[in-house]
Design a protein around this ligand. Structure first.
Ligand code: PLP
Length: 445
């Protein structure tokens, strides 16, 4: 008890001149919380039998806690995982167009009157995808909720059992449908759904047929799905629109990057989909956003729905999305960071990997340039890999941890007891920092 009573009071520590600079920097409120935490830790230590720390030890502990809490909230990292669209690292690498402190978000400069905040992005979407209409909300999940709420509240939406997916751990199609007030009508089986299954499920209450991209898994073997054209023809006969939750935003021929070609947003519209939905931060290579392109009759009710106001994207996303679409419309995807990474020739990755590995060896470390396989990730192109090069190092687990805690942090991957520092998602101007971070793991601490 006497040891505990010897611990100083919070206000005594706060008045200690040694904390004055911490208070100036972090504020009195944060400093007081840190002192309280330090005192609680000291009390626990004393209760466990340790000697009571003096005031200067508690001051030091509080200052250390403040310094840790002042680390950047969202630290920039070097992505050496070989996963280009890495959900935990922010999906597609960010394009950074300048955003003015004030901007013409909702003002038409010519007339000086109020403008439509989404109009510039909508015009670019229509140009990029050739659709009749378009709109944009915060993300693809929100786009689906809005589409369902506007057209299918209290009505039925038909989905194949082979497409009832969960994406990213929190997007579960049946739950999204329920949240939007639509009734899910499941048809077919996990591996096979035929056109006749859809046809048999159509009633007077059917609002739409929804086709969902499987995104993060692929099927093989005895499988069957009707072509979109057949579903569109069926829908037209019965007066039911077909919507496609395409997800990835694939907008160009991926064969150009050594991947399998898959249906693009444009292909799906050409096949007659009334609405195609996708994310802004997957294969589009832009910011987080949920995009809907399609017919005027599919999109107009979305624009009028009260939920749209709750789902509107923020101005920095709109600026980045407009810049992303400008690059795509101009036919210059390589201006987007994602496509710069995707388009880097293997030979260049090999040369960089060799140079970095040689620098590590010169410093006495063990390192080797090795061929590697990277992936697009983010629930796109499941099962497919891309050629890449990596630097392989021993002591994988300990080294991975030290790299993660470095400045800047490097996130690499552990494979067969080796640490693989994959260069596919590393920008060339990060090579120096990356090399320095690898060298730092050679010295024992
Ligand atoms: C990624 C994905 C989603 C979720 O998109 P968010 O932008 O994360 O909301 C929904 N559907 C499909 C098919 C997807 O691939």
């Amino acid at each position: 008890m006497s040891a505990l009573s010897r611990l100083p009071a919070v206000h005594r520590i706060l008045d200690d001149p040694a904390l004055a600079s911490a208070i100036a920097r972090h504020g009195r409120v944060a400093t007081r919380s840190a002192v309280r935490e330090a005192l609680t830790a000291a009390r626990d230590a004393v209760a466990a039998g340790a000697a009571a720390p003096d005031a200067s030890a508690i001051v030091a502990e509080a200052a250390a806690r403040l310094a840790r809490a002042a680390a950047p909230a969202y630290a920039g990292v070097i992505n050496a995982t070989g996963v280009l669209i890495h959900t935990n690292l922010g999906r597609a690498p960010r394009l950074q167009p300048p955003v003015s402190p004030y901007l013409t978000l909702e003002m038409d400069l010519e007339s000086g009157t109020r403008g439509e905040r989404l109009a510039p992005v909508v015009a670019r979407l229509i140009r990029a995808f050739g659709s009749e209409a378009a709109t944009v909300v915060t993300n693809n999940a929100a786009a689906l909720v809005l589409l369902l709420a506007a057209h299918a509240a209290g009505r039925e939406v038909i989905v194949s059992r082979g497409e009832l997916v969960e994406i990213g751990g929190s997007f579960r199609l049946p739950e999204i449908m329920a949240a939007a007030g639509a009734r899910l009508v499941e048809v077919g089986c996990t591996n096979r759904t035929r056109e006749g299954d859809y046809e048999a499920a159509i009633t007077d209450d059917t609002a739409a047929i929804l086709v969902v991209h499987r995104s993060n898994f692929h099927r093989a073997g005895f499988v069957e799905t009707p072509p979109l054209e057949a579903l569109v023809a069926l829908g037209r006969r019965r007066g039911v629109p077909v919507w496609v939750d395409q997800g990835s935003g694939c907008h160009l021929d991926l064969a150009a990057y050594g991947l399998q070609r898959e249906a693009t947003v444009h292909d799906l519209l050409a096949a007659g989909a009334e609405a195609v939905l996708f994310s802004g931060d997957k294969l589009l290579g832009g910011p987080q956003a949920g995009i809907v392109v399609g017919t005027a009759s599919a999109i107009a009710p979305l624009r009028r729905h009260p939920l749209r106001r709750a789902l509107r994207p923020d101005k920095t996303s709109l600026v980045a999305l407009a810049a992303t679409l400008d690059a795509l419309v101009a036919g210059h995807p390589e201006e987007l960071p994602l496509y710069r990474l995707l388009g880097t020739p293997d030979g260049e990755l090999r040369r960089r990997a060799r140079r970095i590995a040689a620098a590590v060896r010169r410093a006495g470390g063990e390192a080797q340039a090795v061929p590697s396989r990277a992936v697009l990730g983010g629930g796109t192109t499941p099962g497919q890999t891309l050629a890449s090069w990596a630097i392989a190092l021993p002591d994988a687990v300990g080294r991975a941890e030290r790299l993660r805690q470095g400045a800047p942090p490097v996130v690499a991957r552990v494979e067969d007891d080796r640490l693989l520092v994959d260069l596919r998602a590393v920008f060339p101007d990060q090579d120096r920092d990356l090399t320095r971070a690898l060298l730092a793991t050679l010295t024992k601490t």
